[in-house]
Design a protein around this ligand. Structure first.
Ligand code: NAD
Ligand code: MG
Length: 398
């Protein structure tokens, strides 16, 4: 895959500001991205922004960054967005087509930071339009990894991983000699329930699960981090991002969240990337790529950290990780079913309609039901995967 234009010219980095689309601009990754953009107006300009419900914030971001187009995913919010942008002259739209329009507007890089599989259609549309993508939305690869990476290769599109573990691995993975790689290891903080008993975890409340020890993120990924489903989704994400097999992937619990990812090689060398836990570091790496730019992220002080510790993940107390590994090994549409059922279960848990233990039970039952209904297929196209996603959601909801 050689897709340096238009991120780079034959003589080096772009001489003009890079034009960015931010899908999911009102979220946590959106905040960090736009913070970097605000600090470096000489490097970046905003071509389009999208949000979902938070119109006041979306309109305020639009007034500050002056994009050519703003989209709200929720079709019912179109009039509110029009009101909020009145007098600005900024073009806007609402609903699924507006998200696709934002994703495909003329730009150099699309930051994909919508929450959940809702990010798949606009991300794939950006790829089809030949836009390079800085990918935070891991559900895109979990749901349709084979399709997305195949289209990237065919369209000459580069996928730059924003997720901190994958960004770390991207930095230390020898892409020129992938056959020398033995293992790719993702670290996990272990989340708020790392030391809890199985019974206590099963009965945990949303307030307890939302208290992540190291990272401040959107609600869905924070719950996934507490169940370790996030690490399972990240294993699947890594399988699609790097030329490796699933048996080469490992998870290492590392509560300090200083080492973000490791690659071990056949000569016994292990290369790791470290940094203070701040998403602006991996986001900046993707925005600036192939240049490494400055960020205001805290500098790592290892004497202040003192010591780093590691432990194996406990699949018995964290069954979501085991379910994700099994779905990854199965491949095809199994990971889309896993993701859809998990999204529904997490929303139900946050709405206090499901126990924390019920998340893994729902995902497990959804996979079994999909197997019985013949929905675990090896190959798929976009319409099949959207149908299987919707079907798994309906099933999990029921
Ligand atoms: P968030 O909930 O803070 O923000 C999500 C964004 O998506 C918002 O702009 C929201 O308006 C938009 N959105 C939500 N549902 C939508 C829908 N149905 N249609 C269109 N837009 C919709 O989430 P976040 O923490 O910023 O995470 C975004 C993505 O990045 C997720 O896939 C997450 O797994 C990934 N990620 C986040 C972090 C982090 O530190 N926050 C780290 C790694 C990966
Ligand atoms: Mg991560």
């Amino acid at each position: 895959m050689n897709a340096n234009a238009p991120l780079m010219t034959p003589n080096g980095p772009l001489a003009r500001p890079k034009r960015l689309v931010v899908l999911g601009a009102t979220g946590s990754i959106g905040d960090s991205t736009l913070d970097l953009v605000t600090r470096a107006p000489e490097h970046y300009e905003i071509a389009a922004l999208t949000g979902h419900g938070n119109i006041d914030k979306l309109a305020e971001l639009a007034r500050r960054h002056r994009p050519r187009f703003v989209a709200v995913g929720d079709a019912g919010q179109g009039a509110a967005l029009a009101d909020a942008l009145a007098g600005t002259g900024i073009a806007h739209g609402a609903g699924p087509q507006a998200l696709l329009d934002a994703a495909t507007i003329e730009a150099d890089l699309v930051v994909s930071a919508i929450m959940g599989a809702a990010g798949l259609p606009p991300t794939l549309a950006a790829i089809e339009a030949g836009r390079h993508v800085a990918l935070a939305n891991k559900e895109t690869l979990v749901t349709a990894g084979e399709l997305v990476t195949r289209r990237c290769a065919e369209r000459g599109v580069r996928l730059l991983p924003v997720d901190s573990e994958h960004n770390a691995i991207f930095q230390v993975f020898d892409a020129v000699s992938p056959q020398t790689v033995e293992k790719v290891i993702l670290t996990a903080s272990g989340g708020p329930f790392r030391t809890w008993t199985k019974e206590a975890i099963a009965a945990a409340t949303p307030a307890q699960a939302l208290k992540h020890p190291k990272w401040t993120m959107g609600a869905k990924i924070t719950i996934d981090s507490a169940s370790l489903m996030n690490k399972g989704l990240e294993l699947i994400e890594a399988l699609h991002l790097f030329p490796i097999a699933h048996h080469q992937l490992d998870v290492l619990v590392h509560p300090q969240s200083i080492i973000h990812g490791l690659v071990s090689y056949r000569d016994g060398s292990v290369l790791a990337q470290m940094g203070a836990p701040d998403m602006r570091t991996p986001i900046s790496f993707c925005l600036g790529w192939p240049e490494r730019r400055g960020t205001p992220s805290a500098r790592l002080d290892l004497t202040a950290v003192g010591s780093l510790s590691f432990e194996a993940p406990d699949l018995d107390r964290f069954p979501c990780l085991a379910l994700a590994k099994a779905a990854m090994a199965r491949g095809g549409t199994a990971t889309a079913v896993l993701n859809a059922a998990n999204e529904v279960a997490v929303a139900a848990f946050l709405a206090q309609r499901l126990s924390f233990g019920g998340i893994a039970e729902t995902v497990d039952m959804a996979l079994e039901a999909a197997e019985r209904r013949g929905a675990l297929l090896a190959g798929y196209d976009l319409s099949t995967i959207l149908m299987i996603d919707a079907d798994a959601r309906r099933w999990a909801e029921a």
